[in-house]
Structure formats: C-alpha cells, structure tokens
Ligand binder design. Structure first.
Ligand SMILES: [Cu+2]
Length: 464
C-alpha cells in the first residue's frame, strides 16, 4: 500500500508540490488565484443541528491551506464578496508593509465588490496564518481565516504534516448560528468574546487516522478571538519544534502542557505510542479537566519507530539577536478593563473618565491612550535594537501581537527566549521583549484578544 509519506516524497520531486500537498485538506488551487471572502453555510455543529452561516475564504472553513516553499511567492487576488469592507493580514510574516493588510495604516479597507492584489515572498519557513483585519472581532469570529505553511528547503523527517486550527465559536444553542452581537461591553471589558463550541479545522469531532510509531508534525494555530488554549498529549510522545513559526534551537520535550494565546502557533512533532485499536488525543485542558481537541485513532499496521529525538528545524535567515546594551528602551503600560485601576485615559484627544470610556464602549488604554493615535508609540531607525517593557496593569491576560517583526522575550537572567510574534501576558505581570527594527514600515502592535483591540488595545510603531 502506498503510504502518504511515499506520496509526499514523490510529490516533492515534482513542480506541483503546493497543489499536491494541499489536496488532502483543501481543493487544489493554481499558484496564482483568487481568494474570495464570502458568505457560506457549513456543518459546524453536530448533524442534528442546522448548518451555520459563516464568512469564509472561498466559502470554506478553514480557508484554503496555502503552502509555499521558503522564498516562494504568494500571489492572490482578494475579492470581497462580503456585505462589509474587509482586509487580509498575514500573521507572523516578515513581509513588505504594503502587504500587511491593516486598514487605515497600511492600506484602505477593501470595499464590497472590490479587490486587493496580494504579492509577497515568504522569507521564513514555518506555520503562519492569514485572517481578516477589518472589524476583526466580527470577521475572524465569523470564520475569515486560513493557514499559510512555508516549507523548509529540506523536508523534515516526519510521516505526515497536518495543520490543526483551533477555534471557539459563539453559537446559538438552538439554531447553531453565530451570535451576531460583536460589541457586548461585558466581553470587551473582561476576557473577550469566548465561544461555547470548540472545534478543530471547523469540525467538532476532528479526527485523523494514524498508525503506531508514525511521527506527525502538528501545526497548531489558535484562531480564537480570545480563548487561551492549554494543550496536552495522550498516547503521543512529542516535542515543541517551533513557536509562532520560528524554530526552537533545541526541540523541547512536551511532557506537560503548551499554552497558545490567540494568534499564537506551535509546531509539534509527535510519535504515536498508543497501541493499535486505541486512540491518541490532543487534549485541551480547561480548569484542570481534559477534553478531546482532536482524536487520532490508531489503525492496523505500523510505521518504523524512530529511536531518536528529532533534529531541530533549521533556523530562519537574518534573525540577528538585538544588542541589549545598545537597545533603545520603551515601555508599554496596559491599563483598564473590569476590576482594573484605570481612572481615566485619552480618547480622540480628550481625557475621559473610566465611566465615560465605558459609555463609549472603550475599556483599555496603552500608556494612557485609547486606541490608535496619530503619532506612533515609537519611531525607530531601521536596524535599531529595541527593548520594550510591557506592564500588564490589568486583571486579565492579553496576547500582544507585533506585526512585521518577531521578538525575543528577555528572561529575568538577561538571556533571550525563543522568537515570537505574540506575547501572552497575564494580569499583574511585567515582561520585557527585545527585537531589531529590521523591517521598514508602519507596524501595528495590539492585543490579539480582538474585542480588547477594538476597545482600546491598539497602537503602532514606525520603522524608517
Ligand atoms: Cu487583551
């Protein structure tokens, strides 16, 4: 019997890797094609429920899996067939600012019936994702996202490569339709919009048949508006290979759990150790209890066991570490929200009391400023090293995402942690990140809990 691995190995030698490799997950597509943002109906909830109306890229949930080789071009024409303007952001990609997809900062929103031409080179191998960035708290919640996989020049030693996009949906429990109140002040002022229906790749019962001893690469993406996923393995022996697309210097054995804040990704290599006839699981841990996030039934037959732990993935190019001694120091104070200490902040140039902020459905401030400001948080010189202290003076976790560049967290001993594009910070924590401002342009820096971003937690940095 032909194994999927054989199939992929042979596919590698053909010129149609992108098409062939994505066939198991999405319809094949030509390398230059349209990406249509449109309404669609999909069976999200169990079959006893009606289909759910979503907004999806090409009407699918998730959107088409885009696979390119490292250094390859991504060329798409985004067509907006939605009832409202949209835009498309490539999360975690170090690309041209003009392709970053932030309305009001890098481009105009794409009106209904209009289009936007996407064309960029993917510089870094890894797991990325694309999602709507106009009215994100609504458009991402309605399903406008997909994965972008940038493949290493040499295929790592795994039998299979699978993308698992994790999301929670807020559905009406009778009709299975998406709750259309996207501006609820309780969500905005507390932990964000949390769903009541948790799925992987839009499936409530996501399952992949595996065989004993297979080594799988699981590319996990947290596409939820606000939910933090805490994940563990059962029947699988695994390593964290990369975070937010970027390889770890050494694979990190996954003996406990891995946390994924909104927008974050983790690449795992997992070996199937469950017996034939049993089922292995990706487990979601919620308040100390385990739930099935994805199931891996173990089929007859087995792959050759690998005795070794995996080799690290090759590092991405030009990721010079910032010189901390020379770095410019910046500070971001995060304030506001329910149970917070913020008494007032500035909205559209006027100081508002917290009560007035609440009346405007705005709850959060960065350095005393609510939402986007005319002036950036910082204007950085190209190549300048930066260290940025992030003070979470709120009662809630926040997932701070920097567009266009990855950063390191500075550990308390002064060493640099792994490269990330999104920092999960809990209430009361002070953390520090460092990066080299190597990508010119205007880059958004915001909380990826999308109702928080919509109600104050958004700023930007300019690199010139
Ligand atoms: Cu937040």
């Amino acid at each position: 019997m032909q194994t999927r691995r054989d199939f992929l190995m042979r596919a590698t030698s053909s010129a149609f890797l992108t098409t062939v490799a994505s066939r198991t997950w999405a319809e094949p597509e030509p390398p230059q094609s349209r990406l249509v943002a449109r309404q669609a109906s999909v069976q999200l909830a169990p079959p006893a429920y009606p289909q759910t109306e979503i907004w999806g890229y090409d009407g699918t949930m998730p959107g088409p899996l885009i696979r390119v080789r490292q250094g390859g071009r991504v060329v798409r024409r985004l067509l907006n067939d939605l009832p409202q303007a949209t835009s498309l952001h490539w999360h975690g990609l170090r690309i041209d600012n003009a392709m970053d997809g932030v309305p009001g900062l890098t481009q105009q929103a794409v009106a209904t019936g209009a289009s936007f031409d996407i064309d960029f080179v993917a510089p870094d191998a890894g797991t990325y994702w694309y999602h709507a960035h106009n009215r994100s708290m609504e458009q991402v919640a309605r399903g406008l996202y997909g994965a972008l996989v940038v493949e290493e020049p040499e295929r790592p030693d795994v039998d299979r490569d699978e993308v698992l996009i994790l999301d929670d949906w807020l559905l009406n429990q009778d009709t299975a339709q998406i709750d259309a109140d996207f501006s609820r002040s309780h969500d905005r002022s507390h932990a964000g919009r949390l769903g009541n229906f948790i799925a992987t790749n839009g499936q409530y019962d996501h399952s992949l048949d595996v065989r004993r001893h297979e080594r799988l690469r699981l590319r996990l993406v947290n596409a939820a508006n606000a939910r933090i996923f805490e994940l563990a393995l059962s029947g699988l022996n695994g390593w964290v290979m990369a975070l937010d697309g970027m390889p770890l210097e050494r694979p990190q054995p996954l003996s406990d759990t891995v946390l994924l804040g909104p927008g974050q990704r983790a690449d795992l290599f997992v070996d199937v150790v469950a017996e034939e006839g049993k089922t292995a699981y990706l487990v979601r841990v919620d308040n100390g209890e385990g739930f099935v996030q994805s199931a891996f039934p173990v089929m007859p037959g087995s792959s050759n066991a690998r005795a070794n732990m995996p080799d690290p993935l090759p590092p991405n190019p030009d990721m010079g570490a910032p010189d901390l001694a020379q770095a410019r120091r910046l500070r971001l104070h995060m304030g506001g929200g329910a149970m917070g200490r913020l008494r007032s902040a500035v909205l559209d140039g006027e100081r508002r009391t917290f009560r007035e902020m609440a009346e405007a459905n705005q709850f959060w401030a960065f350095n005393d400023m609510i939402g986007m400001t005319a002036a950036p948080l910082a204007e950085l010189s190209l190549g300048e090293p930066v260290r940025l202290e992030i003070v979470n003076d709120t009662a809630f976790p926040h997932a701070m995402h920097l567009h266009g560049m990855h950063f390191h967290e500075i550990a308390t001993d002064g060493t640099l942690g792994p490269l990330r594009d999104t920092l999960l910070s809990y209430g009361g924590q002070t953390r520090e990140i460092a990066f080299v401002a190597h990508n010119p342009g205007d880059w958004l820096f915001h909380c990826h809990m999308l109702s928080h971003a919509e109600s104050g937690m958004m700023t930007w940095m300019r690199v010139v």
